[in-house]
Design a protein around this ligand. Structure first.
Ligand code: SF4
Length: 245
């Protein structure tokens, strides 16, 4: 665990750095101990391209919930072909999935926030913990202007729950900057982005948004509390910067 002052100094230094410079720091500092945790959304594809240019041996992890859109699986194959990477996919514990759906149904998430959070815990949060047990740092595509708790993230945080650095090179970027990078570098991306899906997740829990709507309005759209629109992967307790599972 880094000293608090050392982390503050590091963040002060990286605050004006480009995403590529932040990734370079992560690579130099952590080597193969750092991995991009990718949902294969637009931000993650930009990061994959940047990271690959630093090291073609970049580690790329994903959480395959087994409920992803077909288009996302297509992008897995496209990214593998384009970058020559091996995606480290982490799956839910199928005994847990079986017990959950036998008790609450396959589409339990539509029947209350507690059910939805249980599904995210089984299909995302538990596999994330398993994935991160093998790294010293994980790279995320979080941006401050995505709202919710994300407005206060640091570029480098200490994720005490996973005993690893949590690195967000795009913290200062806007959606338009990400889009510009994707276009300028011909980075492959999920075709759903062109059909009104700015934020991608599991197929049954994501829909297109209207122009001008919040970019996460299409996630769990049937829930009324906008502050509940997180799956547990990136919930940060302000005092400790520890993800709350
Ligand atoms: S996003 Fe939906 S389907 Fe995916 S893990 Fe969460 S509740 Fe389950």
């Amino acid at each position: 665990m880094p000293a608090e002052q050392a982390l503050a100094d590091l963040n002060e230094r990286l605050e004006s750095a480009s995403p590529q410079e932040v990734l370079r720091w992560a690579h130099d500092e952590l080597g193969s101990g750092v991995a991009l945790m990718s949902s294969f959304g637009l931000e993650d594809m930009a990061l994959l391209d940047m990271l690959w240019r630093i090291t073609p041996q970049a580690r790329v992890m994903t959480l395959d919930t087994q409920r992803l859109p077909t288009e996302t699986y297509t992008l897995f194959d496209q990214a593998t072909a384009r970058y020559g990477i091996k995606i480290e996919a982490f799956y839910p514990n199928m005994d847990d999935v079986r017990a959950m759906v036998e008790e609450r149904g396959y589409n339990l998430f539509y029947k209350g926030v507690d059910n939805r959070k249980m599904c995210c815990a089984v299909r995302k949060v538990e596999p994330l913990g398993r994935a991160l047990s093998s790294v010293d740092g994980w790279i995320t595509g979080l941006r401050r202007d995505q709202g919710m708790d994300r407005g206060s993230i640091d570029i480098v945080e200490w994720d005490a729950a996973h005993d690893a650095y949590k690195i967000s090179p795009l913290a200062n970027w806007t959606f338009d900057q990400v889009r510009e990078y994707i276009d300028e570098n011909s980075v492959p991306y999920n075709e759903l982005h062109d059909k009104g899906f700015p934020s991608l997740g599991c197929a049954p829990c994501t829909r297109a948004v209207q122009p001008g709507e919040d970019i996460r309005a299409g996630r769990w759209w049937w829930e009324s509390d906008p502050n509940a629109k997180e799956c547990g992967l990136h919930i940060v307790e302000a005092a400790t910067h520890t993800p709350a599972v």
